[in-house]
Design a protein around this ligand. Structure first.
Ligand code: ADP
Length: 728
């Protein structure tokens, strides 16, 4: 065994040394340690350091070798790697730090060499300290400070427990050399680890963020090539494999131009710019808050742009929906006029929710298309054409027709040609829709108080705007506001009509009531006149007039009373067994004077009695009304009343040969206050036929009119002989 001047064990030299064996022992140690560290990967570098410490301990023939790092605050020592020979007890407290040994650690932290060859060289407090730490077996100790570039302080420590060591002077520089090697490897490993962690953090931010982050290469001719983009971009914008491709290859020309204009603006400005933009992407219309940061190369040219596009579609759309609803509510509340409201309704949704919109309103059981609004005013003529050529009916296959039948909304996200064929009638219809444009549409029922008032159809023809569930729910909000506005306008119109009718009725009624009273007044006045005493003939004439006018007054008042009873729902039937033929005969007799005055002969055509159970008073009213109308409008020509019983039904027709009724008025004459003649020519309240219909229907029967202008009219009443079975 040979020992060198450092007192370390020497390996006996071989007879024919190899290259490394021919080196001096310390140089061999250095080359082995350095080979271990050079070959170590980031994952094995710690092992390389440990191997280095082992070789060091063996070379210096000590029991323990440790690499300490000074803590960043320079107040403690942190064990970074150590080797302890097998069989040597280690103090657990010693495992990570020597800070619990103030005597040595204070010196080390001051950057000093701590060295003793035997415990005898230690001051008493150090001996106590080491003994307390369970290190009483420590014989020799050498700790050498290692200062690396960048201000990292380390100590490389050798400790011998089994025997005393007399450290030679060159042990310190040798340890310094090895210490730099080991601590350097440790620092490099740490830097690599930090780099890896920072790269990982950067990657996480880049890959997981919901914002789009992109790097663009700016070519000298101001084109933009995508250098990097994060996966969020793929998800949000629906583009993939963008890297290395120019912008115009990735987006449709129009969209690429718009986007590139902002990139160019950033290069020209030479500083960061931020803005909000809407881009029609393959996945639909998306809104972004974008920040662009120009990056200069060494020559000062902007060669790159870093972009961060924060996705704000949801926020923008929510804001737009709120504005849309607020605007809609305001616009619809501005007017109660029905036509104005209908005209406004289609405009509200364009362009915020739709590029064109049509509304179909149910009126008298039929859909009426309101020519809608189009984002391009020049296309509104096409909408008019669509309304005229393809009106929607209840069984139409157009969206509005289907919605009306099912009362369910239709959402069509991608309106393909195949799909549009299903909703159109023929090639012309299809061409019209294509000319208007249709990428996506929604059709919804307009519902208020559980009643469907019509339908509304929103259509998008903008590339990238495809309706989805969110749009449908917004459309539903808008549709319910539209329905409410239509309902309000309709109720208002009805209320106005009722008021007008009531006013008309009041003026007609007062006129009708005043006429007999005036006639009575004049007759009485003629008797009281100063000229001469009234003769018996005068008295009789006046009395007949009083009887006639008081009957007329009674009938008018009866009519008004019956009407108000019907309106108030207070009408009751008192059925009794009657012969309709004798009832009619009695009425003709009662009206004898009036018939004579009207110059109408009344012919009763009844082969046999017509017996049934009816309310006598109400039946009288029906017959009297029809007969007095026949007298009034009968042009002094004969009137025929025909009566018969056929299969459990009494059939009565009152036929005159008078002025007749215009065909378009016939459906209305049974309505309240409806009249087909001028009130200045013919008196009447416009209630007679309404009362007839109500009374006949109360008996379970029906009434209709047949007429030709100038040829006369026939009113046909059908009454069940017996009351209908009550429905349960
Ligand atoms: P009124 O007779 O008080 O006007 P009605 O309700 O009885 O009211 O009749 C409504 C309208 O129907 C009349 O104003 C008249 O225009 C038309 N009408 C009714 N009966 C006849 C008839 N026999 N011939 C022609 N028109 C008639």
């Amino acid at each position: 065994m040979v020992t060198d001047e450092a007192g370390t064990r020497m390996v006996p030299e071989a007879s024919s040394p190899t290259m490394s064996e021919s080196l001096l022992p310390f140089e061999r140690l250095l080359s082995k340690v350095s080979a271990d560290l050079v070959l170590a990967s980031p994952a094995t570098v710690q092992h390389g350091i440990h191997e280095g410490l082992r070789r060091l301990a063996e070379f210096f023939d000590v029991d323990r070798s440790v690499l300490y790092e000074h803590s960043p605050d320079r107040r403690g020592l942190l064990e970074r790697a150590s080797y302890t020979r097998p069989g040597i007890p280690t103090n657990p407290a010693d495992a990570r730090s020597d800070s619990h040994l103030p005597w040595s650690s204070e010196r080390m932290l001051r950057g000093e060499i701590v060295r003793f060859d035997s415990p005898a060289e230690l001051p008493p407090e150090a001996v106590r300290e080491w003994a307390q730490a369970g290190l009483s077996g420590l014989q020799s100790y050498l700790a050498v400070p290692v200062l690396l570039q960048g201000g990292h302080h380390h100590h490389l420590v050798l400790a011998s427990f089994r025997r005393k060591r007399a450290w030679t002077d060159d042990a310190v520089p040798r340890l310094l050399l090895l210490g730099e090697m080991l601590a350097g490897a440790f620092e490099r490993a740490r830097i690599e680890q930090e780099l890896r962690e920072s790269e990982q953090r950067y990657r996480e931010v880049f890959e997981l963020t919901s914002d789009c982050i992109f790097l663009l290469d700016v070519t000298p001719d101001m084109r933009f090539i995508v250098a990097r983009f994060n996966p969020a971009e793929e998800r949000t914008v629906g583009l993939s494999a963008c890297e290395g491709r120019p912008l115009e290859e990735l987006l449709p020309e129009e969209v690429a131009c718009k986007v590139a204009a902002n990139f160019r603006r950033c290069v020209e400005a030479g500083h960061r710019i931020s803005y909000e933009e809407a881009i029609a992407l393959p996945v639909g219309l998306r809104y972004f808050h974008t920040t662009l940061i120009p990056v200069k190369d060494a020559a000062g040219r902007i060669h790159r742009i870093v972009g961060i596009a924060h996705h704000i579609t949801e926020r923008v759309e929510a804001e737009q929906a709120t504005h849309l609803l607020a605007d809609a509510s305001r616009a619809l509340a501005e007017s109660l006029d029905y036509p104005t409201t209908l005209a406004r309704i289609t405009r509200i949704a364009v362009p915020l929710l739709a590029d064109w919109c049509v509304v179909d309103i149910l009126e008298n059981g039929e859909l009426r298309r309101l020519a809608g609004a189009h984002v391009e005013p020049s296309k509104e003529a096409l909408l008019q054409l669509l309304a005229e050529r393809y009106p929607v009916t209840g069984n139409s296959q157009q969206p509005a027709g289907r919605v009306l039948r099912t009362q369910q909304a239709i959402l069509c996200t991608h309106a393909t040609d195949d799909m549009l064929w299903k909703y159109t009638h023929d090639a012309d219809h299809m061409n019209l829709i294509r000319a208007l444009g249709c990428h996506s549409f929604m059709s919804l029922p307009l519902v208020v108080r559980d009643r469907v008032l019509g339908t509304v159809t929103f259509v998008s023809c903008r590339p990238g705007r495809h309706y989805g569930a969110v749009d449908l729910s917004r459309a539903q909000d808008l549709a319910s506001r539209m329905a409410l506005a239509i309902d309000n306008a309709r109720l208002y119109r009805e209320a106005q009509e009722s008021i007008r009718m009531r006013d008309d009725f009041l003026s007609i009624a007062s006129h009708e009531l005043r006429t007999p009273i005036t006639s009575l007044g004049l007759a009485v006045q003629s008797l009281l006149g100063p000229r001469r005493e009234p003769t018996r003939e005068d008295l009789l004439r006046v009395l007949r007039l009083v009887r006639q006018q008081s009957r007329r007054l009674t009938r008018l008042v009866e009519e008004i009373l019956t009407f108000s009873r019907i309106q108030g729902g207070h009408m009751e039937l008192h059925r009794e067994r009657l012969d309709l033929v004798s009832e009619v005969r009695e009425i003709i007799e009662l009206l004898e004077v009036e018939l004579a005055r009207a110059g109408c002969a009344v012919e009763l055509d009844a082969a046999a009695p017509v017996i049934g159970r009816w309310d006598a008073v109400k039946l009288d009213e029906v017959v009297t009304n029809l007969l007095t109308n026949a007298l009034k409008f009968g042009a002094r020509r004969p009137v025929t009343i025909a009566l018969e019983a056929v299969e459990g039904t009494a059939r009565m027709s009152v036929t005159d040969r008078g002025i007749g009724i215009a065909p378009d008025r016939i459906p209305h004459i049974f309505e309240r206050f409806e009249r087909a003649v001028s009130s200045s020519h013919y008196g009447g309240l416009g209630l007679g036929l309404y009362i007839v219909r109500e009374l006949v229907e109360a008996h379970g029967g029906s009434v209709r009119a047949e007429s030709r202008v100038g040829a006369g009219s026939s009113f046909i009443v059908e009454l069940p002989l017996e009351p209908p079975e009550p429905t349960r």
